[in-house]
Design a protein around this ligand. Sequence first.
Ligand SMILES: Cc1ncc(COP(=O)(O)O)c(C=O)c1O
Length: 367
Amino acid sequence: MIQPPEHIKSIKPYVPGKPVEELERELGISDPVKLASNENPAGPSPMAIKALRKGVADLNRYPDGDCYYLRDALAVRLGINGNELIFGNGSNEIIELAVRTFMGPGDEAVMAHPSFVVYSMIVQAVKGKNIIVPLKNAKHDLDAMASAITDRTRIIFIANPNNPTGTINTAAEMDAFMKRVPDDVLVVVDEAYYEYVSSPEYADSMKYFRQERDILILRTFSKIYGLSGLRIGYGISKAGIVSEMNRIRQPFNVNSLAQRAALAALDDRKHIERSRGINERGKKYIYKGLKSLGISFVPTEANFVFMTFENDIAAELYEELLKQGVIIRPMGPRAIRVTIGLARRENKRFIEALRGVWEARGRNFLS
Ligand SMILES: Cc1ncc(COP(=O)(O)O)c(C=O)c1O
């Protein structure tokens, strides 16, 4: 069989969170809860659902390749020009477009670890070089990332908030960092969880956009808007950068239902507020549960919580929770990430399952 070149062969495929249906099939567990992919447990925006119903009758038509109405609405909301926006099949596609547009073999991208794994996979796919800078106190070490810039650096990825730790970089940290970044290096600030952030210290990345820096800000409809299944996200950048990326964008990369739903969801303040409320209350409940078990966690600005352990127990913990119908995400040997879910149905199930495992196995785990 035909074989890919080595730089493709060495990519480890992305492992998504286990789908609920698979757990039902494999372990015969009814009513499992999925807290593995940072989805919105409140469901999609009801206004989006209504818009979708109307949109199905037009499915014989190709979508509007320009996302005209959504572009217009977002441009007004953000106070920018329409040509400073790019839409993607999820923000994932925009990460891919940025890398494929601006990087070639041997070029470098600086990124943190652990952070969103897709960055390194795509860089590898274009034969680029990943320059990995470990997190410091669970946050992007922006000082070290700036020091990692070389003549070959093309892109720097900053997930703010970071996935999987839920931490943010502050305005002061970003200011100091941006001063050290050369003009022709693209800073990708991935704000997939932007709408969940409550810290007043959160960096306003739009400020650097207004200063006409080479920055690409990524947002998505997959998280608080509850539209992961439709795949739609957007990027904000200067018109020149957007037009370079448009060279390689597929003409109909964002489907028509996604465009309609996103446009409706954008105005659904009630759904957004409700989702934020569920997250804030869930966060407090999970913190309390973890504290009562003596489990270390990182305070989050997103819709998930990162927990760390002193021993290599993440894989075992994942399996034990799975048996009880709770799907979480192991993150290396000593950490797990759990999405904040609905109070009773999900968060309580998670804490109770964890308590059960902890009480039964705690001593073994810790020995
Ligand atoms: C930091 C980060 N960026 C981007 C994405 C991708 O989101 P989308 O569904 O818009 O492709 C995710 C999804 O989990 C994420 O955690």
